[in-house]
Write a protein that binds this ligand. Structure first.
Ligand code: 1OR
Ligand code: 1OR
Length: 375
């Protein structure tokens, strides 16, 4: 304790995370007085906290909602979970890889329902086939009724849930912030970031959920999901249009992105084609070209942090221009049309604004092309 390094000031991860969560809640609620709000917020957080700081968690604080409704998850060997508050987050140092993975036998009918439910789960996108099978084996069914609390804000994270059916409302500090309608997933944040639950989730209707326990989630999904979110974090934070999204939505977007690479001269989009997705530029530059009298004329060059291919998705029309990779290696993060519709809703206004800029430019360019023909 007397070494020099111990005197250096380090901002603990838990402090950063608590302040981040507080800031999110403050920005959502926009209360009139920050001090009053902070006092109330931290009092509630303390009251809701299930276990004291730095105490070793014994089996009883791992009690999950499943045990409340009599559906006991299997006892895991090598269960070595630490306090979410005591454990700084480092997926590389995570040793949850070892140990038993729970297997819940399923009928063919159950398995095919489950496969259907997880089809659109973005977090599962980067899993190998073998990992996917482990995930399917490890998930167990949970029926819910109207009014059931699936997750309570501030609790330790036990399970992660994929929705098969039902409507679920999400609350932060009793304020309704989100609704799931028969599809989606929730409960991943506390498990990914080793944090208390960020929100309360309550069933509005009867419903069916597929749950996965914390250890299995961390063992199979943590590293791939975390890596992907980290990889796209910088890119997504630097696209001005995406500032319209909340942090949580940007994380979901990261799960949905797929990296594609192109070499100089390769065509990425062809004018007139049907649209399948849009692209964010991670690295390199692209040239946007339009057909003009049997030739292609460059109308724009785009670089890192810019995006293209959104126009056809928004207007539901064919591609307005062709786009080529230029200047060496181009790395793009692509977002397919289904995810675009799901995730980009809050960017629509900004997308539309960008598109109306194209129209002004179009008029200028028309003049420019006309002049070119005259000379
Ligand atoms: P969890 O493990 O923290 C609560 O438990 C869950 O609610 C959380 O994981 C998410 O899966 C889910 N912010 C935070 N959590 C959300 C949000 C959300 N929506 C759903 N959950 N939003 C941002 C609010 C500032 C809503 C974005 C539309
Ligand atoms: P897309 O899905 O139509 C081609 O596929 C993409 O090129 C298009 O989406 C835009 O993202 C991008 N007019 C139309 N599309 C443009 C333009 C543009 N620039 C980039 N794209 N104009 C140039 C503005 C500098 C207007 C030209 C008439």
């Amino acid at each position: 304790m007397s070494s020099d390094s111990s005197r250096r000031i380090q901002v603990p991860e838990e402090l950063k995370e608590v302040l981040l969560q507080f800031s999110i809640a403050y920005l959502v609620e926009q209360p009139p007085d920050v001090i009053d709000y902070a006092a109330d917020y931290f009092n509630k957080l303390q009251a809701n906290r299930p276990a004291p700081v730095n105490q070793d968690h014994s089996q009883d604080d791992q009690q999950s909602l499943n045990s409340q409704d009599g559906e006991e998850p299997p006892v895991m060997q090598n269960s070595r979970r630490k306090s979410v508050f005591a454990e700084a987050y480092d997926p590389e140092a995570d040793d949850d890889d070892e140990g038993a993975t729970a297997i819940f036998p399923k009928t063919d009918e159950q398995r095919s329902r489950l496969v259907e439910s997880v089809k659109n789960v973005l977090l599962f996108r980067s899993l190998e086939k073998e990992q996917m099978n482990q995930v399917l084996d490890a998930m167990f069914e949970r029926k819910v009724q109207p009014g059931d609390y699936i997750i309570r804000q501030g609790d330790d994270g036990d399970n992660f849930y994929v929705i098969e059916s039902g409507i679920y409302k999400v609350y932060i500090n009793d304020k309704h912030i989100n609704t799931y309608n028969h599809t989606g997933l929730f409960g991943e944040l506390a498990l990914l970031y080793n944090m208390p639950r960020a929100a309360t989730v309550q069933a509005e209707t009867n419903g069916l959920l597929w749950a996965m326990d914390r250890q299995t989630f961390r063992r199979i999904l943590l590293k791939s999901a975390f890596k992907k979110r980290k990889m796209y974090e910088e890119l997504l934070n630097n696209v001005p249009m995406l500032k319209a999204l909340q942090n949580y939505e940007r994380m979901n977007l990261a799960d949905a992105l797929i990296t594609k690479s192109f070499e100089s001269g390769e065509r990425i989009i062809k004018q007139g084609d049907a649209a399948d997705g849009m692209y964010f530029i991670e690295e390199g530059t692209v040239s946007v070209r339009m057909d003009q009298d049997d030739a292609e004329v460059e109308i724009s060059q785009l670089g890192k942090g810019q995006y293209f291919g959104e126009l056809a998705l928004v207007t539901h029309r064919p591609r307005a221009a062709s786009v080529y990779a230029t200047g060496g290696h181009v790395r793009l993060a692509s977002l397919d049309v289904v995810c675009f519709e799901r995730l980009m809703g809050n960017c629509n206004r900004l997308l539309q604004r960008g598109i109306s800029d194209y129209r002004y430019l179009e008029e200028d360019l028309r003049d420019y092309f006309d002049n070119l023909q005259l000379n």
